[in-house]
Design a protein around this ligand. Structure first.
Ligand code: PHE
Length: 521
């Protein structure tokens, strides 16, 4: 039985795995729509600035923290200071909860692959006399809880086998094949999408500032602050930050590798794939929607509906080759989902592996990953059976004192805690702690093993002290508004959320200072 920690086989393997973690459902169904809604290139510019000044800085910070301590997310924070261990707990909680719905969505991708396989094999539309409708199949799938759970189970089993294989011979191996394959498939789908008649409308929606409002896709343009918060939230989720993933992957990285260069590659690759995903889905979705006579504001360009309703309609209307493109597309989304899910599972698995080792027990990866998968499957069962609220399951807090709340379904309920609260809060705490209490030197020392001291140091120190905490408190407010405000409660919830954002910033300073005091006693 293994007693030692694993490590990546090569830097390229690490990079592909980290890019795999970053490239996920967030890139495909979140980025393109948010870009269109928030003013096209304006959003892209804000996103890139945030990715450089905030994303890149946190990425370097997390990889450094992981590599420096060589420990799981909880123990990495504990190793830096005992009183910050609870930030690590936040980083363990988030991926565990996210997996509850990520696995269900991964299952949906497999189901839509099967649908297109069946169409290719049997010509379902010929048998039933109508082309496959995305809306009808989606509804049918959601109200078929047993099927959804079976596919969730298959998705979980796939991920479990990969993670059981270990860092280099499981996760790294999968990504070395999966990531290049994903890229090639993405290029194929883009070429097909952009050559569809009417694709230019969708391109304009994505790229031209103000076009989304002008052409009636959305009612009003969002304010700059909400663009900032939307871009920040999207960037954080998309880069897999503040969820322990990069700390965990960093903990298996060799001391000779250059963290700054690696972080830059991850950030650039993730942003590029998000943009490319936009080119693959939006023009086709818009063209097909308008052609079918839908009003622009009725075309679903975001979330599960984009993937499983709008795009299925595109493939159904594409003619003989439609199902083939459908299979390629859902396979590519499935690969993106698996490569992210395995990083989420690894965060939890690494924690238990390190804990076993600390107790003098062997690192029994197969057993631990099995139990982690089992626990995730139990929570995923609820989300799968709920079918995005289609099956009338009770959802906690859906109605409080008779008032409709934000969460329509279990997926929303599971998503709001990690993505809406623990992720931005964790980032504020981490940046304040590193920037003001422990001092940036703690990260830079680690960065210098593999990267020469220089301009990056000044950039990092300034950014982690001033830029990251301020931006992240806006993101916290924006995420909370997004998750918790309903149309009717918007005017009261909005100021409260901004207040909470500011309060979190102040509280982080107080907590960090208390943590330091405790250390000195
Ligand atoms: N980055 C992934 C996505 O874009 C999600 C993810 C978040 C994965 C955090 C790992 C950790 O879908």
């Amino acid at each position: 039985m293994e007693l030692k920690r694993d490590s990546w086989g090569s830097n390229l393997g690490f990079l592909l795995a980290a890019i795999g973690s970053a490239v996920g459902l967030g890139n495909i169904w979140g980025f393109p729509y948010k870009m269109g809604k928030c003013g096209g290139f304006t959003f892209l510019a804000v996103y890139v600035v945030l990715a450089v000044f905030v994303g890149m800085v946190i990425m370097v910070g997390e990889l450094a923290l992981g590599r420096k301590t060589g420990k799981s997310v909880v123990n990495a924070y504990e190793a830096v200071s005992k009183s910050f261990k609870w930030i690590g707990w936040l980083g363990l909680f988030a991926p565990f909860v996210i997996m509850s719905f990520y696995s269900v969505l991964g299952g949906y991708c497999m189901q839509y692959m099967s649908l297109n396989l069946a169409e290719l094999s049997f010509g379902l539309s010929g048998i039933f006399g109508a082309s496959i409708s995305g809306g009808i199949t989606f509804e049918a799938m959601l109200t078929n809880p047993f099927g959804c759970f079976m596919f969730t189970l298959m998705f979980m089993a796939l991920c479990m086998f990969i993670v059981q294989g270990g860092i280099d011979s499981g996760i790294e191996k999968f990504n070395k094949v999966g990531m290049p394959a994903l890229f090639v498939m993405l290029v194929i789908v883009i070429i097909r999408a952009l050559t569809l008649p009417g694709a230019s409308e969708g391109l304009k929606f994505m790229l031209v500032p103000g076009y989304a409002v002008e052409a009636g896709f959305i009612e009003e343009a969002p304010s700059f602050i909400s663009v900032l918060a939307t871009a920040g939230g999207q960037m954080f989720f998309s880069l897999s930050l503040a969820m322990g993933a990069m700390i965990t992957y960093g903990s298996y990285l060799s001391k000779t590798e250059n963290l700054v260069k690696n972080s830059a590659v991850i950030v650039i690759a993730d942003t590029l794939v998000a943009f490319m995903a936009g080119l693959a889905v939006i023009p086709a979705a818009v063209a097909n929607g308008l052609e079918s006579g839908l009003a622009p504001n009725k075309i679903a360009l975001n979330g599960p509906k984009l993937l499983f309703v709008t795009l299925q309609d595109v493939f159904s209307n594409m003619g003989a080759a439609g199902p083939l493109f459908g299979i390629i597309f859902y396979l590519l989304v499935l690969l993106a989902a698996i490569s992210s899910a395995i990083s989420l599972m690894e965060v939890v698995a690494t924690y238990f592996l390190d804990r076993a080792q600390a107790k003098g027990k062997p690192r029994d990866r197969k057993k631990i990953v099995f139990y982690v998968s089992l626990a995730i499957t139990v929570e995923a069962l609820i989300v799968a059976v709920d079918g995005l609220g289609s099956n009338g399951l009770w959802v906690p807090g859906q109605k409080t004192f008779g008032i409709a709340m934000w969460n329509d379904c279990w997926l929303d309920f599971m998503d709001c805690w990690p993505e809406g609260i623990s992720m931005p809060l964790g980032a504020i705490l981490m940046s304040v702690m590193v920037g003001w209490e422990l001092k940036p030197g703690i990260v830079l020392e680690e960065v210098h093993s593999g990267h020469r001291p220089g301009a990056f140091d000044t950039f990092f120190s300034f950014s982690i002290k001033f830029i990251v905490p301020v931006i992240m408190s806006f993101v916290l407010a924006g995420q909370m508004i997004d998750f918790f405000a309903t149309e009717s409660s918007m005017s009261t919830v909005k100021p409260v959320c901004y207040g909470i954002g500011l309060a979190a910033l102040i509280a982080a300073h107080i907590l960090a200072a208390l943590g330091r005091k405790k250390l000195k006693q």
